[in-house]
Design a protein. Structure first.
Ligand code: ARG
Ligand code: GLU
Length: 720
């Protein structure tokens, strides 16, 4: 009977999403997927992947630098991740004289491996379901506020108690939006050193032009090594530290992939929102993203113009450009994907089935109300989200203001402020300002400021603008250029010399003057506006949304197994370790177009264009290509395979994740998704959602043949 409620349309629309490729699975519960994985071709067991009783693959996967994934590939703690994950570190170690971004970096001896203070590698050692304890004493009658207090208290005591018996770092993480909780045991490595990186025209080949796009030819890898104290335990950087001996390291396969091969990806996906109501998906994809895309287009145009003119500016703005450009392009893909693959319609069809299910019994009414209540909250939330979007994407994209925000505290010190506090502030500011001026180019920033303040004023109503913007109307007759001229001319924060002088000679009596610096005034005005007029409302909406989402999730967790028993539930990504699996294969992005599942070095030579920065090929790579000097890394077809795609459900944070074959051997490094499928964070469609990996054979070819860093090859375990 239940199914009779479904309209034909619903069945057609939902039919597509019930497929095995979708899902990011909790490693501790992987037994549930084992049969399916084996049926798809896997030859190992769930226990080989995750076990707390013996060493397993989980002991070779780390959260790299807090935002990416890395995997250990030798007995001496050698770590692989993406070039774009190591990028910030490669840049930090680069100067005009030693330009590792352009030329690459290879530590030919252990002594040449470079310390990266602040870089961590975090390894999950155990996870335990503590849902019952976290949710103890919570009933349907508990108010949302009480609930939050109780949960916080329970989590605190769970961690305190467990901490008595372990040295690992502990945290309790929420899954299914507050419907399940796990206690996580993490080992945190703090001495991670840079070992190698190809030049950017390999590691970032195709640059932002090819980013998110298939076919792809990026050698997106970099190499690091974990060091530990002499006792084998994590330690802060010290010259005396030694390479880490892991419990497990991945074996590397030189066999490559064939269409339909089973693969799985093991890593740290950051955030997905697969269980949102249609109204939220609509707001995301059709209201907020278009604004962000438009603002970033304008900023990136300015960056491009100056970067093309001056090689120094190119380096200075490389990382900033990549950062802004990445989201910019992805969100364009999401907007397009949601439209063309009918994301909203699919959600609506699901909601119809859900409401029907809710109406079957009285007890389910709360689930129905949760879904219906979203409409009002999201309508209210939109204004505040938009205000936040303009503040962060327009206002704070002015680097001077973002920098000035760091000085706000110093501008507030008084006679009563303890001297140590002031010293600490000054110390921090010194570091911030060194980093800021190293990569600052004022003409870019001035142009960005004019553009961004103009749109900000045009697009946001007066009561949704910081005072400083309304002052431009009154004091400068609306002439944004005039205000910007004044801002940059009068602020001392555009000059490294003046900033140093301020910090060297700082006295409490100078705070007042600093507070009057036009950049400090401007950013304070923006922050005050946010704190007073946006944040409280935004928080309130967010709390309401989160509570509704928890109940809606609970409803879906009951409804889906009943109505769609073939559909497996998995929790949204939350920066915890996950396993996802799927088969190698191409796809059809649109009518008459079919994509093959792999690319080769031939494609790099086809794309080559010495006049386009993103498509420059070095002589060295040419030489190897012309001689077909691929060694044992060539495919059996004789070509050098560069990248491949498969149906693994991945997202941001999965960058650098190992992609493994049926035996659990390393095939490559995940680094991207196809543009057509970027909407998979909101709605997954197996026909177009594919993950992109760099072929490990290309990586080894570059380390071995291109760079001649054979000592690294020698320490790896490689099977032919
Ligand atoms: N799109 C990939 C990710 O989301 C790679 C980003 C870095 N590459 C780039 N060309 N910006 O992180
Ligand atoms: N490049 C992404 C990252 O940095 C992975 C691509 C994706 O979002 O799937 O994590």
């Amino acid at each position: 009977m239940k199914k009779a409620f479904l309209t034909i349309l619903t069945i057609i629309l939902l039919g597509g999403i019930i497929r095995a490729d979708e899902g990011m699975w909790i490693p501790a519960l992987l037994q549930r997927n084992e049969a399916e994985m084996q049926a798809m071709g896997m030859k190992i067991t769930a226990d080989d992947i995750y076990s707390i009783n013996h060493s397993s693959m989980k002991d070779a996967v780390v959260l790299f630098g807090g935002g990416c994934t890395g995997e250990i590939v030798s007995e001496q703690g050698l770590l692989l991740t993406n070039h774009h994950c190591g990028y910030g570190w490669i840049q930090k170690h680069s100067t005009i004289e030693h330009d590792y971004l352009t030329d690459g970096f290879w530590a030919m001896t252990p002594e040449e491996e470079l310390a990266c203070p602040g870089l961590t590698a975090i390894m999950l050692k155990n996870m335990v379901d503590v849902t019952d304890r976290v949710l103890e004493n919570i009933t349907d009658e508990t108010s949302d506020e009480e609930r939050a207090v109780i949960i916080k208290k329970h989590i605190k005591s769970i961690i305190e108690e467990a901490q008595k018996d372990t040295e690992y770092e502990l945290s309790v993480e929420s899954f299914y939006l507050g419907n399940q909780y796990f206690l996580m045991y993490n080992e945190v490595f703090k001495d991670v050193r840079m070992v190698g990186a190809p030049p950017s025209n390999i590691g970032k080949f195709g640059g932002d032009t090819d980013n998110w796009v298939w076919p792809r030819h990026t050698g997106d890898f970099s190499i690091f090594r974990i060091y530990v104290g002499k006792d084998g335990k994590p330690a802060e950087y010290s010259e005396d530290n030694v390479p880490y001996k892991p419990d497990y390291h991945f074996t590397i396969s030189l066999k490559g992939v064939e269409k339909d091969d089973f693969t799985f990806v093991f890593g740290y996906p950051a955030r997905t929102n697969e269980y949102l109501p249609s109204v939220a998906v609509n707001q995301e994809a059709n209201v907020i993203y278009p604004v962000v895309v438009d603002l970033r287009t304008q900023i990136l145009d300015i960056y491009n113009k100056y970067q093309e003119r001056d090689p120094k500016v190119r380096i200075q703005y490389a990382s900033k450009h990549a950062g802004l450009g990445n989201g910019w392009k992805k969100w364009m893909g999401v907007i397009e994907g949601i439209r063309s693959f009918k994301g909203i319609e699919k959600k609506k069809a699901f909601e119809e089935a859900y409401i029907n299910w809710c109406q079957e019994t009285r007890a389910r009414m709360k689930y129905m109300h949760a879904l219906r209540d979203f409409d009002t909250v999201y309508a209210e939330y939109e204004k505040y989200r938009m205000a936040t979007t303009y503040l962060t994407e327009a206002g704070l994209s002015i680097e001077l203001l973002d920098f000035a925000a760091n000085f706000a505290k110093l501008a507030e010190v008084t006679k009563g402020t303890p001297q140590e506090e002031i010293d600490e502030l000054i110390n921090d500011l010194r570091q911030t300002s060194v980093a800021f001026f190293k990569d600052y180019y004022q003409p870019i920033d001035e142009e960005v400021a004019v553009k961004m303040l103009k749109v900000y004023i045009e697009e946001q109503p007066a009561n949704f603008r910081p005072t400083i913007l309304n002052d431009i109307e009154t004091n400068y007759n609306g002439e944004v250029q005039d205000y910007v001229k004044y801002l940059f001319a009068k602020s001392i924060l555009t000059s490294e010399e003046k900033v140093n002088k301020l910090l060297d000679e700082f006295k409490v009596s100078k705070a007042k003057k600093l507070a009057k610096d036009p950049a400090v005034v401007a950013v304070n005005s923006m922050m005050d506006f946010y704190v007073e007029n946006v944040m409280p409302k935004s928080r309130e909406c967010n709390n309401r949304i989160n509570n509704l989402r928890r109940v809606y999730m609970e409803g879906q967790m009951k409804m889906i197994p009943e109505v769609f028993p073939e559909r497996n539930l998995y929790p949204d990504a939350n920066f915890t370790l996950r396993v996802t699996y799927g088969k190698v294969g191409g796809f059809k992005p649109k009518d008459a177009v079919t994509y093959r599942h792999y690319t080769t070095l031939d494609g790099i030579m086809e794309k080559e264009d010495p006049n386009i920065y993103d498509y420059v090929v070095t002589d060295r790579l040419h030489e190897l290509y012309d001689k077909k000097d691929f060694g044992r890394y060539a495919d059996k077809d004789g070509t050098m395979h560069v990248a491949f795609i498969a149906g693994n459900h991945t997202t941001g944070g999965n960058s650098g994740s190992p992609i493994l074959n049926a035996e659990g051997q390393l095939l490559g490094l995940n680094f991207d998704r196809t543009w057509e499928g970027t909407m998979s964070d909101l709605v997954y469609d197996p026909s177009i959602c594919k993950n992109i990996s760099v072929d490990i054979r290309y990586v080894l070819f570059l380390i071995d043949k291109y760079a001649g860093c054979t000592r690294l090859i020698d320490e790896m375990t490689i099977v032919e």
